[in-house]
Each structure stands twice: as C-alpha cells, then as structure tokens.
Design a protein around this ligand. Structure first.
Ligand SMILES: Cc1ncc(COP(=O)(O)O)c(C=O)c1O
Length: 455
C-alpha cells in the first residue's frame, strides 16, 4: 500500500468540506496572498496519505482530485519513483536546488549519473520531440515564460516586429507578451499594456457546416478561410513577410476545452507553410501525454516549428530546431535558464514514468471510457449539453453557468475536486495513471448531483 492508501479499495470519506482546519489554513494563507485565481475550500494535507488522484485534506477528508493541480501533477500524488528520486536528490544535493547561469553536473560521467540533471531533461525533451526533428530547448520557470521566449525567438527568426496571429478563445499566459495573445477572458488583459499588431482569427470547432467565421465568401467569390484571405497576394490586407508567427493551442484549454475541426488545423498549417510563417503549438495544457500522444498537435498530423511546454514538466520549455534560436549570446537568457535542478529532475522522471508505464496508452483507453460514461450522463440529463476532449483532457458543458457552478460546488462537498473552464464547463484532468474504477467514482458522484440526490 503506497502513499498510505490502497487505490483499489479507497473510498471517498467526507465529514465536512471545508472543515475547521481548512478554514484556518485558508485564512492564514490568504492574509498575505495577493488575489489571483487561487481556489479556496480544499486544503491538501502534505503530511497525510495521498496516492494517484486520492488525497487527504487537513481535516481528514479523503478526496478524489480530478484537477491534478491543473495538469501540473500528471502522476497525481506520491508516485513511488518520484518519492525515491526526492530521497536520492537530497542525498546527492542536500541544499543546492537552484540551477544558475552556470552548468552543473556530478563527478561521474553524464551517462552514469543516477540523479537526472537539467542536461538530462534537455535530452529527454529532444527524445519526445524527435517526430518534429527538434534538437534544442530553452528552459524557464513557467508556461508564460515559455511562451514569451517562443514569441521572442520567432520575432528574431523572422527579422520582424510585425504581426502576430492568434485565435479566438486562446489562452497563453499572464505576462505582458503572452497575455496580448489571449482571447478567452477580459479580466486577464484589462488595463494591462499589450504587444501591438496581434490579429485573432476564429478557432473553428464547427461540427458540420462552418458557422464560426473561419470560412467566408472571399473577394474572389469563393468560400475560403479568413487566414488565406488575409494573406492573399492580390486581395489580402497583410503582407505575409510582416507576420512573425502564428500561435495556437491544438486543443484550447482555458477557452473551454475546444477540440478543433481537423480541416481547420490543417488549413492553418498549410497557410503558415506556404508563407514560411512559424507555428508555435502551445502545448502547456494539452501536451506531455495528456491527450494520449506526447503533443496534441500530433492528432492532426501537423508539424509545428516551436512547442511550448510547462506544468507537469516543472520547468517552462521552449522547444524547436536549433536554427530557430538566436545564435548570438544574450539574446535570450535567465538566471534560471539552465533549469532549476530539483524541478528538472522531477520533469525528467515524469517523462520517464509516462514512457515506462505506458501512460499515454492509459490516457487514451481510460479517457475514452470517461467520455463514454459522461455521454451516458448527457443522454440522461438535459443539464449536460456537451462532452468533449481527447484522452484525459476532458470537459462537460452545462446548460447554464449557474448549473455548472452548482454542480462543481456540490461535487466538492461530496469529495470530488473539479475545476471550471470556459464560460459554463467543467474540466476533468485526472492523473495519467487514473483507473476506470476512479473514473466511476467521479461519474457516479456527478450523476447523483445532477439528479439532485443526497444518498
Ligand atoms: C495553454 C496555456 N498556455 C500558457 C499557460 C501559462 O502557464 P503558466 O501558468 O505556467 O504561466 C497555460 C496555463 O494554464 C496554458 O494552459
């Protein structure tokens, strides 16, 4: 029994949520914490049993966590190999967690080193992006920084500070450059300065005929996509040489777990290729195996020029072919660009576990089962209006925002932790090793909440 819990038997156990200790910890935490998106109510007890998606809160309630710290904990709690790594790391490197401007190693040969270093993580990332022939990564501290560096290298590569293309519903982070590319919520941008010349195109997830505005009648009296029309030599309004990059989430996260139409993604990449415009695939939420492939863009058979990753990787990573990066020293850098030593070790181990335990296969198999069960709920309840996703990046949309908020709150009261996404949807982000039994626990609670039953 790892982590003090038996995943085949453990059950939800709720006395009261939030309990007294949780209220105390919340007050203590919030007293000096700036208001951000931090959710109150659930307070995880770091010293109590936890394993996979199961954890114990500070009042002893046993919770099923289907948020995984918004995809930052893709193995859930206390994976035994991560715990072992922590012990080894502390033995080898008791008080020097930080990477710096300098390169650090151990006195053994790099290939013989038992503790993965940032250099090992660079190699591992190149391994899982070899389908795109990438050979270089630049590390930073967060997803937003990975995006900042991705757009910087593209401006430099294209030798232009001109246009940036993004998509309606997009989310790319909260630093000034990244937030300029957001099109999901006004609150993220209000009163903040933004980079100029960002143009947003519709993100087409139309199921039958395109009605979102991606395809319209062109000046040539043909039905053509608006990206094509904008860049058309004869009738367009933007000179393609002035476009630095196109940034796109292959499956939108914050915007509502929008799965695009295959032809739409193909058309975006086709236009980009035709004009030599680099495409940045923002895989910060959809990548690292969550959708059943290393990178969600692989489902569409397209090859981006740059990938951004973070969350479960524990560092921010901007990944591409070497020629995409500036050759001159100092064009991109950070005190932390070697890669935080502890974070990089966990990132390396996370990828290794996903590989060895075949967790992408599990994400596909259990993800399909999850969506099947949610669609059964949808057939029985008019309150659920859509179920969508890929692998273990799954969302259910409700008839109103009010229903969604009620469902999420009531699920929490019963011990199932979920997260909002988009305007009226809930996202499900269980760990990649989630089992069908755990999915059943979640869906059964959801079903009872929808039926308004208390048993
Ligand atoms: C697609 C996408 N890009 C960028 C980010 C920003 O990442 P971070 O919060 O680590 O800055 C996120 C975070 O949720 C994201 O989902």
């Amino acid at each position: 029994m790892e982590g003090g819990l038996d995943r085949d038997r453990v059950k939800l156990h709720v006395k009261k949520l939030p309990g007294q200790q949780a209220r105390k910890w919340t007050r203590f935490h919030m007293k000096h914490t700036a208001v951000s998106t931090l959710e109150e109510g659930f307070v995880w007890a770091r010293d109590k049993p936890a394993l996979g998606p199961w954890c114990t809160d500070v009042d002893g309630n046993i919770i099923l966590d289907f948020v995984s710290h918004v995809a930052s904990a893709p193995l859930g709690y206390n994976h035994p190999r991560i715990i072992d790594l922590m012990k080894q790391f502390h033995a080898a490197d008791p008080d020097r967690y930080a990477g710096t401007d300098f390169i650090a190693g151990y006195s053994c040969k790099p290939e013989k080193c038992s503790v993965p270093t940032p250099a090992h993580l660079h190699k591992k990332i190149v391994d899982i992006t070899k389908q795109f022939k990438f050979d270089t990564a630049f590390f930073s501290n967060s997803g937003a920084e990975a995006v900042e560096n991705a757009i910087k290298i593209c401006y430099d590569y294209r030798q232009t500070d001109g246009y940036a293309f993004c998509f309606q519903g997009a989310f790319h982070g909260r630093t000034l450059g990244a937030l300029s590319l957001n099109r999901s919520k006004t609150v993220q941008k209000l009163h903040f300065p933004q980079i100029p010349d960002v143009v947003a195109f519709p993100f087409c997830s139309c199921v039958k005929k395109c009605v979102c505005g991606w395809k319209t009648q062109s000046k040539k009296n043909k039905i053509e996509n608006v990206l094509h029309q904008s860049l058309d030599n004869a009738t367009g309004i933007i000179n393609s040489e002035d476009v630095a990059y196109i940034i796109i989430e292959p499956i939108q996260g914050e915007g509502g777990y929008n799965v695009p139409r295959l032809s739409f993604i193909k058309e975006v990449y086709k236009e980009a290729k035709k004009h030599g415009i680099p495409v940045i695939s923002d895989e910060i939420q959809s990548g690292l195996g969550r959708t059943g492939k290393w990178w969600a863009c692989e489902h569409f058979g397209v090859k981006p020029d740059v990938i951004t990753s973070a969350k479960g990787l524990r560092v921010g990573a901007t990944i591409a072919k070497r020629r995409m990066f500036p050759a001159e020293k100092g064009r991109i850098s950070s005190t932390w660009a070697e890669g935080n030593a502890l974070a990089s070790a966990v990132g390396w181990m996370t990828i290794d576990i996903i590989q060895k335990e075949k967790l992408m296969r599990n994400a596909t198999r259990v993800g399909n089962y999850f969506m099947k069960r949610l669609r059964e709920l949808m057939r029985r309840s008019r309150k659920v209006v859509d179920v969508r996703g890929k692998g273990l990046m799954v969302a259910a949309e409700f008839d109103t925002k009010r229903t969604r908020d009620h469902v999420r709150f009531t699920c929490f009261k019963r011990g199932v932790l979920l997260n909002n996404v988009g305007y009226k949807s809930i996202r499900f982000l269980p760990p990649l090793n989630v089992t069908k039994r755990e999915v059943d626990v979640c869906v059964d609670v959801l079903g009872k909440v929808l039926r308004g039953r208390d048993e």
